[in-house]
Design a protein around this ligand. Structure first.
Ligand code: PNW
Length: 495
């Protein structure tokens, strides 16, 4: 069954007939949806899978996750892959982004033992996507580090770089004959700040002022080393592309007339996106704003050398230019106000000397308190990426809006948010000249939304987690998104 109506040909844009609901997206635009292994698969110890840091974190309880829920079962995608495929086909997607569970493939994180059942699972998924004309986009690592590697220091240890490279090479060798679009690490910003600095996500490490910088340092190196491995060992034969999925807010000054707030907004961008994008896309090193601010704050705190680690010259050379396209996850925008750091206690959030101020006029997605809905912020962010990072090819690898459980299947409001977002994307493409090649909704399915558990629902398909069969049912947004995909554009409603 397809949810899509017969295709309607839309006119191409010209300034005189500009109507975002009557304009086609560029030819070959990638229409996708995204998921991540721990959030959907379940089967946490099935068929020889090793534990990941998320298995450990959720099994420890302690009310760090809503109702102490776990991903033990989640959407059951490990056994219900065919159901996911049906959803993908109903939407008519051209692309599907999912992640590999590192410890399902390599139970202790090393290539010392390979779990063939895990390889079989992803082989089936990849082959059936391709058989249905859907291009797989594969994230190597989406937050679920093998627990064995965390025991050895995880991302705080430099040893992780070689371990990640070995895993990446294993994946390129095993799946790269069929997978041509790769993402190494999902959202190093979220992982570093929430996993290793504030400790609210797995592995729950709270090391304020150092944890995020140290872990991010190793993530950047691991990404770069894996990119070079692909480049040297696989690119010629396999012909694919490798990048890293960077999430970013868009930051506006709280008071647009205050130079201090304007600087605060710039610093928010530096500490969020540029932290990773400057080294990888520009010059191999951290943004100057970040380096000077952190070292100034450290001096005031009586800390002799900066808490931000430094790359050697050889590392800078190695890191620079290690992405074949720009993969952006966008959810929200923030208004930033200058906030002088008078705190003796080090922390990354205080280093930034910028404080977020909520704008009460921005609607908030009902399932996520942090998600203010600001579609025009995405357009500005895309323009910023174009101007700052040499006009790269961009894919939006995640964007979405959550509802709170119980979530109505008639999610008209949410579809409004998607529509406004797609209109801003059209402006970015046709007015601002951004080279945007694809858009992926987060997420295909309602799933385990990390610390919010199953309460926060981002899916295009509703999943009934109370029913052991875990049935998937389309929200209205799924039906509308299928029309957009089929028409390669928004269509005026027929009412
Ligand atoms: C992303 N924030 O995480 C992840 O890639 C997904 O796994 C996740 O389900 C999705 O966005 C929705 O949350 C984020 O606090 C987690 O700003 C937190 C934030 C942003 C993104």
């Amino acid at each position: 069954m397809s949810l899509a109506p017969t295709s309607i040909v839309l006119s191409s844009p010209s300034p005189s007939n500009w109507d975002p609901e009557n304009v086609s997206f560029p030819e070959e635009f990638a229409w996708g949806a995204s998921t991540a292994a721990y959030q959907i698969e379940g089967g946490w110890d099935a068929d020889g899978k090793g534990p990941s840091v998320w298995d450990t974190f959720t099994h420890q309880g302690g009310d760090r996750v809503f109702k102490n829920q776990t991903g033990d079962v989640a959407c059951g995608s490990y056994t219900l892959w065919e159901e996911d495929l049906k959803c993908i086909k109903q939407l008519g997607l051209t692309h599907y982004r999912f992640s590999l569970s590192w410890s399902r493939l390599l139970p202790d994180g090393t290539t010392g033992f390979i779990n063939q059942k895990g390889v079989d699972y992803y082989d089936t998924a990849i082959d059936s996507l391709l058989a249905n004309g859907v291009t797989p986009v594969v994230t190597l690592y989406h937050f679920d580090l093998p627990q064995h590697l965390e025991h050895q220091g995880g991302w705080r240890s430099g040893a992780i770089v070689a371990a990640f490279d070995a895993y990446a090479q294993f994946c390129f060798r095993t799946f790269g004959d069929r997978v041509k679009l790769w993402l190494t690490i999902n959202e190093p910003y979220v992982l570093a700040t929430l996993g290793y600095e504030e400790g609210v996500m797995a592995p729950g490490i709270k090391e304020l002022g150092t944890g995020a910088y140290q872990s991010a340092h190793n993530m950047i190196k691991a990404h770069a080393v894996a990119w070079h491995s692909y480049n040297q060992l696989f690119r010629k034969k396999q012909g694919g592309l490798v990048s890293i999925a960077l999430n970013s807010d868009w930051a506006e000054p709280f008071d647009p007339n205050s130079p201090a707030d304007q600087e605060a907004a710039k610093r928010h961008m530096a500490f969020c996106l540029d932290w990773f994008a400057t080294p990888i896309f520009l010059d191999g090193d951290y943004p100057a704003i970040m380096k000077s601010k952190i070292s100034a704050v450290c001096k005031r705190q009586g800390i002799p050398s900066s808490r931000l680690p430094e790359f050697t010259d050889a590392e800078k050379m190695m890191i620079k230019g290690t992405a074949d396209f720009f993969a952006l996850n966008y959810y929200t925008s923030r208004k930033m106000k200058h906030q002088e750091n008078t705190n003796a206690q080090p922390s990354m959030s205080a280093d930034k000397e910028a404080e977020e101020v909520t704008d009460p006029s921005w609607p908030v997605a009902s399932g996520s308190s942090w998600l203010a809905v600001v579609p025009w912020g995405l357009r500005r962010l895309l323009k910023y990426i174009k101007d700052t990072y040499n006009h790269p090819i961009i894919y939006i690898t995640e964007n979405g809006f959550s509802q709170s459980d119980p979530a109505p299947l008639d999610d008209t409001q949410r579809w409004e948010y998607f529509k406004l977002t797609l209109q801003e994307i059209l402006k970015a493409i046709y007015i601002d000249g951004v080279q945007l090649k694809g858009y992926f909704v987060w997420s295909l399915l309602d799933n385990f939304e990390w610390t919010c558990g199953y309460r926060s629902r981002f899916g295009l398909f509703h999943v009934d987690f109370e029913n052991p069969a875990l049935p998937r049912v389309p929200y209205k947004s799924a039906i509308e998104y299928a029309k957009v995909v089929a028409n390669n554009g928004l269509v005026k409603s027929q009412e």
